[in-house]
Design a protein around this ligand. Structure first.
Ligand SMILES: *[C@@H]1O[C@H](CO)[C@@H](O)[C@H](O)[C@H]1NC(C)=O
Ligand SMILES: *[C@@H]1O[C@H](CO)[C@@H](O)[C@H](O)[C@H]1NC(C)=O
Length: 350
């Protein structure tokens, strides 16, 4: 072969390989609550829904999907950044099939928690059932791509888990479940750690390996909590932020333990707390002007059915807000969180 031809071949090879995205991650698989639910609650009998406008007004096609956001969730943005589809479909959404789910699937349910009692409050999908759906998914995947490829997808996928806020705000501190009387806050955190360990061990046994588990963000700063903190002029509720920090410390310890003890497990903690607080304390570099209120309605209490198109107060430009409704961040903040996830807890996988 002439040196020229060789060079040409080499160049050709190089240019082809640079066109092919590094398809190292076959799928993004999601468990958790409304921070990552892409529409499973649309299909169940709960009042906790968001499949109507103005939810989704900045989503692909301006479509409300059941995401508690004006646009996309961190998981959607991560999927896109990994060269996978630009959104992660909800497992219960009949518009999608195993063809789609082979590249990414979401089992999350808004309003759920680590504690079974949390999902009971608003009749949403308990975490154990998310795992049952994961098993069901694997059966369908094996039928669709065969046993070996299915195992490859399950082992090599990245798993994103975001859960725990509702265990405190909807369950323990709401006083509706009895957990407050049953456990001190420290005991309840320990109880939640046992549930998290149970869950993680279960998905490990089902083949999950590369995992990003989000810590709680500054949950005392959501508009719903701020607007009831009247004594302190609507400041973040420090009691809840402290709970988040304590929970996160225990979660990090648990993650370290499980990561070390289960062979091949790559379980990583995602530190969202400091990032959210940093945006709230110093919003201007992000182009954000309002850190206290949700964009939707008055921004003090509206979420779910209370956040709807009948309210003329909803803001024009959600990019200027930290929060979209009284509980959930805007796509703007989700982009920062997706970026953080890719640079930190997922960096060794991508
Ligand atoms: C949660 O509910 C499931 C299904 O009923 C049950 O198997 C599991 O033991 C429960 N967990 C706890 C901690 O009670
Ligand atoms: C992602 O993070 C990097 C490093 O902090 C930053 O330079 C970049 O602008 C961020 N991108 C987005 C979209 O936030």
């Amino acid at each position: 072969m002439s040196p020229h031809l060789l060079l040409l071949l080499l160049l050709l090879l190089l240019s082809v390989s640079s066109l092919v995205p590094a398809a190292r991650i076959p799928a993004v698989i999601v468990f958790g609550d409304s921070t990552v639910d892409s529409g499973n609650n649309n299909q169940i009998a709960t009042v906790l829904k968001s499949n109507f406008h103005p939810y989704g007004r900045d989503f692909i096609g301006g479509r409300p999907t059941g995401r508690f956001c004006n646009g996309r969730l961190p998981t959607d943005l991560i999927s896109e950044a990994l060269g996978l589809p630009p959104s992660v479909p909800a497992y219960l959404d009949p518009a999608y099939s195993i063809r789609d789910f082979a590249h990414g699937v979401c089992f999350a349910s808004a309003g759920t928690g680590l504690d079974n009692a949390t999902s009971d409050v608003l009749n949403v999908i308990p975490l154990w059932k998310e795992v049952e759906y994961f098993k069901d998914y694997q059966k369908k995947l094996r039928r669709y791509v065969g046993r070996a490829k299915a195992k490859y997808i399950v082992n090599e996928a990245v798993y994103i888990i975001s859960i725990g806020t509702n265990d405190f705000l909807e369950n323990y501190y709401s006083l509706v479940t009895g957990r407050f009387g049953q456990f001190s806050i420290g005991e309840f955190e320990d109880f939640l750690m046992d549930r998290a360990a149970e869950f993680l061990t279960r998905i490990y046994n089902l083949g999950a390996r590369k995992i990003s588990f989000a810590g709680l963000s500054a949950i005392g700063c959501v508009p719903l909590e701020r607007s009831t903190n009247i004594q302190q002029g609507g400041a973040c509720v420090e009691k809840y932020n402290k709970v988040a920090r304590d929970f996160n410390a225990k979660l990090q310890a648990l993650i370290g333990r499980l990561d070390a003890s289960l062979p091949g497990f790559k379980l990583r903690y995602l530190a969202t707390y400091d990032t959210l607080l940093e945006i709230i304390q110093n919003p201007s570099p992000y182009g954000i002007e309002n850190v206290e209120d949700g964009c939707c309605g008055s921004g003090k209490f509206e979420m779910g059915y209370l956040c709807n198109d009948l309210d003329p107060q909803t803001c024009q430009d959600a990019e200027k807000y930290v929060f979209w409704d009284a509980f959930h961040p805007t796509e703007k903040v989700n982009r920062v969180m997706a970026n953080l996830t890719l640079r930190t807890s997922l960096s060794e996988f991508v």
